[in-house]
Design a protein around this ligand. Structure first.
Ligand code: C5P
Length: 327
């Protein structure tokens, strides 16, 4: 059975504080977009003797491991360990289209699709609460991908409050994916340094806040942008906030900063980092404006038009609705 595993952007991402467990308390608005990986699940009952219970083949991403470090593999193994029957196995074919390490949640989406797909295929498994718990065990973003659409994430991002589909047509976004994979943990770790009081940052260059030098630029850009954002439908402009991880990511990854600055100078209505990066999404007044900007970013940066995907459309297009009888 085939499923589509859709990516997200963060329309807003506020880092509230660092927690004792090393994670950061967030307030974020997730939004699915119509960029998807394809996942094919094939049940084996009984599993082929001598083969592992979970088999994973990855297409379209030679560098992505197809072993137990892959979130899709881990989701299947976790599911079968708890709800599988003796000898039951699953083959996963994962066709990657969502850029990896790009802040688009591809790996997390894959894990959620595997959990939902196995629940539907086996007609047994966790109830909604348990499903959310397992998803959170796999990663902070995974619970959101059980629902799609627009949702508020709090805690480390795993506590989800569904928001209604905006009462406005989908938003056209352009994704710029610079040629660098960002490590989420590195950005969050550096963000903690950036938030240290100035006295602690003074002295040794090694402890200087990584946002130094980018914050004033950001303020100027935000001011220019706020006027243009007025042209957005209210349903969307009220959801589009800021991303607190932007200064840190831009300071750590010059290739991301370069693309961000070019986009900000391009007359875009809004320019935002998604998650911890490296993907930046931009909104333009019309499609032609977006197309012409892409040509100026250089061939190494992927430039991709996408649209926001409502929860209704997400359900329909993911392939899950048909299996669950449309409920
Ligand atoms: O939960 P996930 O595996 O996606 O998180 C990856 C890393 O990102 C964590 O190990 C942590 O370093 C950082 N992170 C964080 N605060 C969050 C989410 C992630 O510090 N709310």
């Amino acid at each position: 059975m085939r499923f589509s595993s859709f990516a997200k952007v963060n329309l807003h991402l506020e880092v509230l504080q660092r927690r004792g467990d090393g994670f950061h308390e967030l307030r974020t608005t997730f939004q699915t977009i119509d960029l998807a990986d394809e996942i094919e699940l094939t049940l084996e009952r009984p599993a082929t003797p001598g083969r592992p219970v979970v088999g994973l083949v990855v297409e379209g991403a030679p560098d992505l491991p197809a072993d137990e470090s892959n979130l899709a593999w881990r989701a299947a193994a976790l599911f079968l360990a708890r709800w599988g029957r003796s000898g039951e196995g699953v083959r996963i074919r994962l066709k990657k289209q969502i850029p990896i390490g790009g802040g688009l949640g591809g790996g997390s989406a894959n894990a959620a699709t595997v959990l939902l797909g196995l629940t539907a295929l086996l007609r047994r498994g966790p109830g909604p609460l348990q499903l959310a718990e397992i998803a959170a065990e796999l990663g902070s973003d995974v619970p959101f991908f059980l629902h799609g659409g627009t949702a508020l994430g709090t805690g480390r991002g795993e506590r989800i409050e569904l928001l209604p589909d905006p009462s406005a047509p989908p938003l056209d976004l352009w994704l710029a994916v610079p040629p660098v994979a960002v490590a989420t943990s590195a950005v969050f770790a550096a963000h903690r340094i950036a938030a240290a009081p100035p006295a602690a940052a003074a002295g040794s260059g090694a402890h200087r806040a990584p946002s130094a030098g980018t914050e004033p630029i950001r303020k100027l850009l935000a001011a220019a942008e706020s006027g243009r954002a007025a042209s957005l439908p209210a349903a969307w402009s009220s959801l589009l906030g800021r991303n607190d991880l932007e200064p840190t990511c831009l300071a750590l990854y010059p290739a991301v900063r370069d693309v961000y600055n070019r986009l900000s100078e391009s007359g875009a209505i809004a320019v935002r980092l998604s998650g911890s990066g490296s993907t930046i999404f931009a909104l333009f007044a019309d499609r032609a404006a977006g197309e012409s900007v892409g040509a100026r970013l250089g061939s190494e940066t992927v430039w991709l038009p996408v649209q926001t995907l409502s929860r209704t459309e997400w359900r329909r297009r993911s392939g899950l609705d048909a299996l669950s009888g449309g409920s």
